[in-house]
Write a protein that binds this ligand. Structure first.
Ligand code: SGN
Ligand code: CA
Length: 512
């Protein structure tokens, strides 16, 4: 009897020890958050003290990239660890096939408690989650509709705060005997940049510096960068800038919606009218003044363009301030509940974003600002604080990393690599080039389909439907302003990059 007791106790101890070694995971992803709008990367624009904690206490990646820089496809890559042509979600219009392998499904099978809260955008119902509360479609900034485990529910309030309330609720109510994996996905700072009441107007006295490439003339890239519809100067005065139209006035800008039937005239009116009277009051208390200044100044040309850029930065950055505050709430919760040591906390974005570079907003291109995304990870058990790493990591790598640390076999067809060797500073070989593929055309912002390869010094891009190639020497031209594909001096580089491009397509089984 005594032996049996000792045996049972030993098994129990073993199991509970095992449980403890499996880390919890909180994967925080915001929508369209550019690297330079995080002060751990660059403190010119704003301060993000809470997000920065992850860099101070963990690792900051300087070269984190996305395989396909658009929202829903990026999320499908996260879940599967596979490129879009393999997981089937090439652009926002495709429906994600929920029958395929995803890392949350495998974690759930392995005994993890799994949840997704916030933006989802994959069209099919979340599978592999014990709990899910996801925004309907793109989601609204105020008074959003959520799908809650099957029902549609409308909540009153500011979406970034609500998503965090729900995330904390999940953490509080979870089964405390199991490790958890929480995907905590913000809608902010996606277009049309509506700050929380407490942050409206907070940057009104700040003048933001214009990026060096704001007045790009698109020379040597006329058929590509020169043909898009994502210029700051064409942003909607209503929807983006929050100007109320006068009787009979119409919105003349394309606003990036040239390819669709988007009605710029009514869009701000519709969004504004969905606010509660109290919310409208806060909006009016600041934006009425903006409206008045805009009307009085009667700007045009460069002056109007630069005014739009300032307005864009004001609201975009104010949206990030509430993301940052809310991340602080979650980090505090982890500490207060002694969960911080054994939880992998990731902060990233579904892609990068243009903050005026090349004169743009939005994403999509294989150019650095949108190809890249911020990435900070804290995991005190395995990652020494304050580290910075410059290896080429990709959003393909999240699924294998989480499976690896959860002790689950990584399926053979996963195309990413576990980040373990980087976390644990093991000197193992790492990828030296990256493959990218963007498919969403025709669509908003008119960016042609393209794929390409990047290594340390060079980037080759193929706009295969229009038969255009671009080659950039990133060491000598970091802003990608000079396409040297036709330059004789680069003939050898071009040849070797072309070979590598076809090889990497083969390696990843790209057929389209
Ligand atoms: C909306 C935006 C676009 C944006 C796409 C895709 N227009 O259509 O500017 O590129 O979403 O964004 S809006 O006027 O409706 O805001 S994504 O993050 O979902 O890929
Ligand atoms: Ca996005």
């Amino acid at each position: 009897m005594k032996k049996l007791f000792v045996f049972t106790a030993a098994i129990f101890l073993l199991l509970s020890c095992q449980k403890e070694t499996r880390p919890n995971i909180i994967f925080i992803m915001s929508d369209d958050h550019a690297e330079k709008a995080i002060s751990a990367y660059d403190s010119t624009l704003l301060k993000t003290p809470n997000i920065d904690r992850l860099a101070t206490e963990g690792i900051r990646f300087e070269n984190s990239y996305i395989t396909n820089s658009i929202c829903a496809p990026s999320r499908a890559v996260l879940l599967t660890g596979k490129y879009s042509h393999i997981n089937g979600k090439r652009d926002n219009r495709d429906t994600f096939n929920p029958d395929q392998m995803t890392f949350p499904k495998l974690l759930q099978e392995a005994g993890y408690q799994t949840a997704v809260i916030g933006k989802w955008h994959l069209k099919s119902t979340p599978v592999g989650f014990d709990d899910w509360r996801v925004l309907k479609g793109q989601g609204r900034y105020y008074n959003p509709l959520f799908y809650v485990n099957g029902d549609t529910v409308k909540y009153e309030g500011y979406t970034t705060d609500l998503i965090t309330d729900f995330a904390l609720e999940f953490l509080d109510n979870r089964d405390k005997d199991k490790p958890f994996c929480l995907l905590f996905h913000h809608k902010a700072p996606h277009r049309n940049w509506m700050p929380a009441p407490r942050h409206i107007g907070m940057f009104k006295d700040t003048k933001f510096p214009l990026p060096e490439t704001f007045y790009d003339d698109y020379k040597t890239r006329e058929k590509t960068a020169g043909t898009q519809d994502m210029e700051v100067k064409n942003m909607y005065s209503g929807y983006d800038m929050k100007i109320h139209f006068l009787e009979g006035e119409r919105e003349m800008n394309t606003g990036g919606g040239r390819s669709t039937n988007f009605d710029g005239t009514n869009s701000w009116k519709n969004v504004y009218s969905a606010l509660t009277p109290e919310q409208k009051e806060v909006f009016d208390s600041y934006y009425d003044q903006v409206n008045e200044e805009y009307r009085n100044a009667n700007l045009s040309g460069k002056e109007l363009e630069e005014w739009k850029y300032q307005r864009y930065m004001e609201d975009y950055l104010a949206c990030i301030v509430s993301v940052d505050e809310n991340i602080g709430r979650v980090l505090d919760y982890l500490e207060d509940n002694k969960l911080d040591k054994n939880t992998i906390v990731v902060y990233t974005s579904d892609q990068g974003f243009y903050l005026g570079e090349h004169g743009w907003f939005d994403k999509r291109w294989m150019y650095e600002e949108s190809f890249k995304s911020p990435l900070l990870i804290r995991y005190p058990k395995k990652i020494k604080p304050g580290r910075v790493d410059d290896k080429f990591v990709m959003n393909l790598d999240f699924a294998p990393t989480f499976l690896d640390y959860a002790g689950v076999d990584i399926p053979e067809d996963v195309q990413g690599i576990s980040l373990r060797s980087i976390f644990e500073e093991k000197d193992e070989p790492w990828r030296e080039s990256m493959y990218y593929h963007f498919y969403a055309y025709p669509a908003w912002h008119d960016v042609p389909k393209h794929d390409g390869i990047r290594n340390k010094q060079f980037k080759l891009i193929h706009y295969y439907e229009i038969g255009v190639w671009e080659l950039f020497d990133l060491e000598n031209d970091p802003h990608e302003l000079k396409n040297v594909h036709e330059d004789g001096e680069y003939a050898r580089v071009r040849h070797s990059m072309e070979i590598k491009y076809y090889d990497i397509r083969e390696e990843y089984e790209v057929e389209d």
